[in-house]
Write a protein that binds this ligand. Structure first.
Ligand SMILES: [Zn+2]
Length: 433
C-alpha cells in the first residue's frame, strides 16, 4: 500500500471510531497522551516549560494542543492551525419516544447544522454522544461517552408510488419526515424509557441515574476507498475531521521549533460557533495568554506574541463537480487530488488576503505540494468557517484553506486520497519552518 493510501485509510479508521465530537476529542486525547503530551486543566495553575507538549479540553468536545517553542514567546509567537470537531447530523430530543399506529416506535430528533437531509434516508443509523448521571455535587454531574455501535434505526423513504414527484425534488419536513424508526412494540408501556434502557444496558448504569444526554445520529457503514485507481475517499464527516486528523498528525510528527506550534479543535462550527467551546468564544485567546503567563511573560508579552503569530484556518473546500461544472467559478476550478485549495472571498467570508495566501502557497512550494484556489461564483453565496470568526477574537494574520471535496454535508462526502497526504505534508512543513 502506498503511504497516501495508508494515510487515507488511517483517516477512515479515525472517523469510524469518532461518531460524535466527544469521541473525536477522546480519540485525539488518547493519541496525544501516547505521544508524550501532558493534559492541563483550566481550573489548575499551569507550569509549562519550553519544548513541552501539552493539551487542554473544553466541554469534552473541543481541544487545544501545543508544543512550546525554544525561542522567546513574545518574539516568536504562535503558529496555529484551526479545525472543527462537529458535523451536520440529528440530535435526539428529550423524551424522544413516539408511538405511531400503536406499533411503530420512532425517536424525536432535531437537525444539527446543515445536512443534505435526503442522504440520511434508508441507511442503518446508530447513536453516539454523552450522558450525564448524578455526581458528587450538584455542579459536577458525572459524564460517560456512549457509542451504541450497532444498526439501531433507519429513516425510511416514502415509496415512489405514493410520491410520484420525488425525483423532481421535494421539501422535507424535519418534524415529521426525518424521524428515525427504532422498533416495533406491542404495548404502549414498552415505549417508556426505551432509549434510557438501551443506554443503561450498554453502560451498565441504573436507568434512574441517567439525568440527561447529548446524543446524535450517525451512519453505521464505515468509509471506503473507492475509484478505478483507489483515488477517492468516500466517508462521512470529512468536513472537518480530515483537517483534524491531518492537523493532529502534523503537530505530533513535526519538530520542536522556535515558535510555539498550536492545533485547535473547535466545536459547534456547523451551528455558528457561538458557544463556550466554539471559535466565537475567548477559549483560544485565554489559552494563548495563559501559555505566555505560565512561561513568565506578562500581558504586554502576550500582545507582542500575537503580533508575531499566524493562523491556518483549515476547513474543507468545494471541488469542481463533474455533473455540475457550471456551479464553479469560471477561472478558479479546484479538482480532487489537485492539492489543497486556498479559499478567498471579497466580502471576507474567508480571512485570506494576498499576504496570508502567499505565505501558505510558499509553504506548499517548499513541501512540494500543489496548491489550488477556491472562490465562489459571484452569483452564489458560499459558506463561512472558523477563520473569520476567530479573527473577531484574535487579530492575527490568517489564511483559509481546505481540501476540495464533493457532496459536502452529505452523510457520505467524497474527497481525494492524494489531497489528504498533500495537506498533511503542508502542515508538517508549516510547523517545522
Ligand atoms: Zn467545516
Amino acid at each position: 500500500m502506498t503511504k497516501e493510501l495508508n494515510f487515507a485509510q488511517d483517516l477512515i479508521d479515525f472517523i469510524g471510531k469518532s461518531p460524535s465530537a466527544f469521541h473525536v476529542v477522546e480519540n485525539v486525547k488518547e493519541e496525544l497522551v501516547y505521544n508524550g503530551f501532558t493534559e492541563l486543566n483550566f481550573s489548575e495553575r499551569w507550569n509549562i516549560k519550553k519544548e513541552g507538549k501539552y493539551f487542554v479540553t473544553k466541554n469534552d468536545s473541543a481541544l487545544i494542543a501545543f508544543v512550546v517553542g525554544k525561542g522567546d514567546i513574545e518574539k516568536e509567537g504562535f503558529k496555529l492551525i484551526g479545525a472543527h470537531t462537529d458535523s451536520p447530523t440529528f440530535k435526539i430530543k428529550p423524551n424522544p419516544e413516539i408511538i405511531e399506529e400503536n406499533t411503530y416506535l420512532r425517536l424525536n430528533t432535531e437537525v444539527y447544522g446543515g445536512p443534505i437531509l435526503n442522504t440520511w434516508f434508508d441507511r442503518p443509523l446508530s447513536l453516539a454522544g454523552r450522558i450525564t448521571i448524578k455526581g458528587k455535587d450538584l455542579f459536577s454531574p458525572k459524564t460517560y461517552l456512549i457509542n451504541i455501535d450497532e444498526p439501531l434505526m433507519i429513516i425510511p423513504n416514502l415509496a415512489i408510488h405514493m410520491n410520484r414527484k420525488v425525483n423532481e425534488g421535494i421539501k422535507l419536513n424535519t418534524q415529521k419526515e426525518t424521524l428515525p424508526l427504532l422498533s416495533i412494540v406491542n404495548e404502549e408501556f414498552e415505549k417508556e424509557n426505551f432509549l434510557a434502557n438501551k443506554i443503561g444496558g450498554k453502560l451498565d448504569v441504573e436507568v434512574e441515574d441517567i439525568l440527561d444526554f447529548d446524543l446524535f445520529l450517525y451512519e453505521c457503514e464505515k468509509g471506503k476507498i473507492v475509484g478505478l485507481n483507489n483515488e477517492f475517499i468516500s466517508c462521512g464527516k470529512l468536513d472537518d475531521l480530515a483537517m483534524v486528523h491531518a492537523g493532529i498528525k502534523g503537530l505530533i510528527n513535526s519538530k520542536v521549533n522556535r515558535k510555539t506550534n498550536v492545533m485547535i479543535l473547535f466545536d459547534n462550527e456547523e451551528v455558528g460557533s457561538q458557544t463556550k467551546q466554539g471559535a466565537a468564544s475567548p477559549m483560544l485567546r485565554t489559552v494563548l495568554e495563559r501559555i505566555c503567563l505560565s512561561l513568565g511573560g506578562d500581558r504586554e508579552d502576550f500582545y507582542r506574541s500575537l503580533s508575531n503569530s499566524f493562523l491556518i484556518s483549515a476547513d474543507m473546500a468545494h471541488g469542481v463537480h463533474p455533473n455540475y461544472v457550471e456551479k464553479q467559478d469560471p477561472t478558479n476550478r479546484p479538482v480532487i487530488n489537485g492539492g489543497p485549495a486556498i479559499k478567498l472571498s471579497a466580502n471576507q467570508a474567508y480571512t485570506t488576503d494576498s499576504i496570508s495566501s502567499t505565505v501558505y502557497e510558499s509553504i506548499c512550494k517548499v513541501a512540494g505540494v500543489p496548491v489550488q484556489k477556491f472562490v465562489n461564483r459571484s452569483d452564489e453565496r458560499g459558506g463561512s468557517t472558523i477563520g473569520p470568526i476567530s479573527s473577531t477574537q484574535l487579530d492575527i494574520p490568517s489564511v483559509d484553506i481546505g481540501n476540495p471535496i464533493l457532496s459536502m454535508h452529505s452523510v457520505r462526502e467524497l474527497g481525494g486520497v492524494d489531497d489528504h497526504y498533500y495537506l498533511y505534508k503542508s502542515f508538517i512543513e508549516y510547523y517545522n519552518y
